[in-house]
Unconditional design. Sequence first.
Length: 267
Amino acid sequence: MPVNFTAEYLKAEQKFLNAKTTEEKIVYLEEMIRVCPKHKGAENLLAQLHAKLAKLKREVERASKKNGGKREGIRKEGDAQVCLVGDVNVGKSSILKKITNADPEIDEYPYTTVQPEIGMMDYNGVKIQIVEIPSTFRPEYMAIARTADLVAVVYNGSHKHIDSVLDSMYIRTKRVHINVNDNVERIKNKIWKSLNLIIVYTKNGKDTSPMALKKGSIVRDFTLHIHKDFVKNFWYARLWRGSKEKQVGLNYILKDRDVVEVKTKMK
């Protein structure tokens, strides 16, 4: 059975053949695997592609160990990870400084940021990791955007060029477009809304603390975030929504700003 390659596959294959670094080859090889036809005639090809990908990743791992274990990836921290991507001197570092605790170098000359800069954004008590990606668009840095929860495209005038860059590197992470002239509150709100999260407060006595959950989460998800044993020993939960209080079970769907207190069975 013939493979019948799609235009997407052939495009990714050409980029793979033209790639100059191992990181670039990994990016385009992963895309080849993603768009490769999934039928019996392509089984051998897919196996070969997966084997080649594993080999390239081993090469990167060996190089990392040789260089003292340093890697270009950024460890995810907080409740979500958001990457700032934009053209040279568009104002990414200024935004990072305004909305987080980071203090990146800011200057008028191009490519001031040569490696990812990291800060933590506070949104009503929830912590969001913000990573500024250098405008060199090196594949190993852009790979961070590929696994992030959101890409914030920073622009001043037009964002078409950056969208084109992201498309050409097969970065399909959800995007939000941030005008560099927006104020801090608007930027934070746009990022939060695009993450599709809600804030639920856990109640312990008189104290409450915020927890970020995906929209549509249920009490079980909330309880698992506290501790898995709470699910095993779950009795019921008290929930406050505005001025109303009710008793709910594990499958109850939560809404933004709910306050929840979990009650467990006595051993």
